[in-house]
Write a protein that binds this ligand. Structure first.
Ligand code: MRU
Length: 329
């Protein structure tokens, strides 16, 4: 199956095994996390990243935490605080917490989440493939594929579904500064899968869109507010504005658990700000180490710029409030 060549996350019975995404593509290093502290640290350092994998890692982190003697409340609070924007993390941790409190086995629930995420990615791929029939040159941002989910991805899941169906598909992948998830992870996994991919620096995306090089933009989501406003990797908003200007359809693809009914609109979504060192880097050509930096990890794209959100339940179209209520039943 296209795009399913790597297991980003697995449970061994007493440890969580994850691919260290900081090291890809140079090497495939697998971390065995045996404590909740290890899971929290890996999440904070982006060894484990991507909304869907954050959710499943959080669920297993909770299991490790209570096995290690933490109270359920403490274990849940530590994990939820590890990264604030992707609501999948909170949803998954609250699910295993509720299971434990309700007398169920949280490990069974965590294992169920792995399987459900895999199935949801396949369904997103199919819905997206039908919605984007005729669009073969897809521009994407950050990384939403086999590393970021337990299946074959959300936005990239659509790419893999197209490839598997024998349809023509090629990807323009943005570099995704400052941590270069596009350049390091998306390019790598598409090359592994044999899908044609062209890398562009983030600043080239608007030019690609306005010069007829892109049929559709497809990105993932870290949190979708009740009105459809969508938080995703920093730079997504600029892509949506440029796509709207160029008349290119801009789609979000996400599993249903990225929708946060508690956030009425994008203003209610907490945006993580990360350290200056990610932007400043180091070594030759780096700016002065004491340079003032603003480094938000995500931005919010208003629903008005989004014609469709592809989920495992189907494709949501505006007005999103009504569409979410309809498919959420
Ligand atoms: O900071 P990251 O790398 O975790 O950000 C990831 C993204 O923004 C993805 O687009 C999103 O989490 C969806 S992954 C299925």
């Amino acid at each position: 199956m296209a795009g399913a060549t790597l297991e980003s996350i697995a449970w061994t019975g007493d440890a969580l095994r994850v691919v260290d995404q900081r090291r890809v593509p140079d090497e495939t290093v697998v971390l065995e996390l045996r404590t909740i502290e290890g899971v929290v640290q890996a999440i904070g350092a982006l060894a484990v990243r991507g909304a869907n994998v954050l959710g499943t890692a959080g669920a297993f982190g909770f299991v490790l935490g209570v096995r290690g003697g933490l109270t359920p409340d403490d274990a849940a609070a530590r994990l939820i605080a590890a990264r604030p924007t992707a609501v999948n993390l909170r949803v998954a941790v609250e699910l295993v917490h509720a299971a434990l409190v309700g007398g169920e086995d949280p490990l069974e629930v965590a294992l169920g989440l792995l399987a459900a995420d895999r199935a949801a990615c396949l369904a997103i791929g199919e819905h997206g493939r039908r919605e984007l029939a005729g669009a073969s040159r897809l521009l994407t941002h950050c990384n939403t594929g086999v590393l970021a989910t337990t299946g074959r991805g959300t936005a990239l899941g659509i790419v893999y579904a197209k490839a598997e169906a024998g349809e023509r598909v090629e990807v323009l992948a943005t570099e995704t500064r400052p941590l270069r998830q596009g350049a390091r992870l998306t390019v790598w996994e598409l090359q592994q899968a044999g899908v044609p991919v062209t890398l562009l620096v983030d600043a080239a995306a608007a030019a690609a869109l306005t010069t007829g090089r892109v049929d559709a933009v497809v990105v993932g989501a870290d949190r979708i507010a009740a009105n459809g406003d969508t938080a995703n990797k920093i730079g997504t908003l600029a892509l949506a504005i440029a796509a709207s200007h160029a008349g290119v359809p801009f789609y979000v693809a996400a599993t249903w658990n990225a929708i946060d009914p508690g956030a009425p609109d994008g203003a209610a979504i907490p945006i993580e700000e990360r350290g200056a060192e990610e932007v400043l880097g180091g070594g030759p050509g780096a700016p002065a180490a004491d340079t003032t930096v603003w480094n938000p990890a995500f931005d919010v794209t208003p629903a008005a710029l989004i014609p469709g959100i592809v989920t495992e339940r189907g494709v949501l179209h505006p007005p999103f409030g009504a569409a979410i209520a309809e498919l959420g039943r």
